[in-house]
Design a protein around this ligand. Structure first.
Ligand code: DAH
Length: 336
């Protein structure tokens, strides 16, 4: 009988140790110690035990009952505190709240517009070319038919890096670098930063230009016009009115400035008003420029053009001050 009691104790202790659920633990208690449980069963057999053995067996049964009760209580306390921890965590978090979004950046408006311009010219066969921001005076001026005593140099307020070296004032020097490298036919579009000592609502000391150059046999001003009209109508809309105005640039002859008739929302006046806006400079490449790069100017002709990307972006998006474009205030940048 004592063996039976010890066996039951082992079984009960193993069951409690393996139990990780309060409901199961209660079932174990009932199974071993309940009124109809295994211990009660065993004690019913006490009647068959001899009178002198009975006290010892009874005592053993009581000890086993105490030991099983103790492990069940300890296990119960453990499981209850684990349950409380779990509930505390669940209450601390509101799993139904919407998640916090990680802010996502995007391309700056200048890059968006520059890519769009490159895309438009890319579709009609222009390839992208690039050159250095720090440029020699030769490429920035002399090779472009602008010698040091030329009055046109004064209109570019130039950052001087050291004698003979400048921050390029326009993307035109890349025309020279391209033509030094390749023979005609040439059709390139040249985006890049340019620098001038100039700062007000419409000027920034650093800004973006896009330059274009096309050279081949038999290129005429009509090709220049057709190309630029195609660009303007694609970029500003198919009904945009365009005006070519005679102008002077040292590196083109004849030269022109191009205006568009732009209708901006007049929010304060409640109506709309149109005005001519200058958007780019262009012309037929000057024979002196061809001479400087070793092109045969009797055989080849070409056109070139240049404009500010910032200006294009400002006109199209109605941006009033160029400083907005470069201050990178998120409230501005995020609008595009
Ligand atoms: N480089 C000129 C500027 O920055 C713009 C320009 C005018 C570029 C006429 C050209 C051109 O290629 O043909 O003001």
């Amino acid at each position: 009988m004592k063996d039976k009691i010890t066996g039951m104790e082992q079984e009960a202790l193993a069951a409690v140790a393996a139990c990780s659920d309060l409901k199961l633990l209660e079932e174990i208690r009932v199974r071993f110690l309940g009124r109809k449980g295994l211990l009660t069963d065993i004690l019913r057999g006490l009647a068959t035990v001899s009178a002198e053995e009975r006290p010892a067996v009874g005592q053993a049964a009581n000890l086993v009952k105490e030991s099983i009760t103790a492990v069940i209580d300890a296990r119960k306390a453990l499981l209850e505190s684990a349950l409380e921890d779990k509930q505390a965590v669940e209450e601390a978090y509101d799993w139904t709240l919407p998640g916090r979004c990680v802010p996502q950046g995007h391309m700056h408006v200048i890059n968006q517009v520059a890519r769009e311009i490159i895309e438009i010219f890319g579709q009609i066969g222009f390839q992208v070319a690039q050159g250095p921001d720090v440029e020699t005076e030769y490429y920035n001026f002399d090779a472009l038919n602008t010698p040091s005593d030329h009055p046109a140099r004064d209109s570019h307020d130039t950052f001087l890096v050291k004698p003979g070296v400048v921050l390029r004032t326009h993307t035109s020097p890349v025309q020279i670098r391209v033509m030094e490298q390749v023979k005609p036919p040439v059709a390139v579009i040249i985006p890049g930063r340019v620098y001038r000592v100039d700062y007000d609502a419409t000027h920034s000391p650093m800004f973006f230009q896009v330059e274009g150059l096309l050279v081949d046999e038999g290129v005429t001003f009509a090709d220049l016009k057709g190309t630029l009209m195609h660009f303007i109508h694609t970029f500003f809309g198919p009904h945009t009115q365009v005006r070519f105005r005679p102008h002077f640039f040292p590196f083109t002859e004849p030269s022109a400035e191009v205006d568009i008739l732009w209708t901006a929302d007049d929010r304060h006046g409640g109506g709309t008003k149109s005005r001519w806006l200058e958007v780019l400079g262009c012309g037929m490449v000057h024979p002196e420029v061809f001479k400087n790069v070793g092109y045969d100017y009797e055989k080849y002709s070409g056109f070139a053009f240049g404009f500010g990307v910032d200006r294009m972006a400002m006109v199209r998006h109605g941006i009033s001050s160029i400083s907005h474009v470069y201050e990178n205030d998120l409230r501005f940048v995020e609008q595009f």
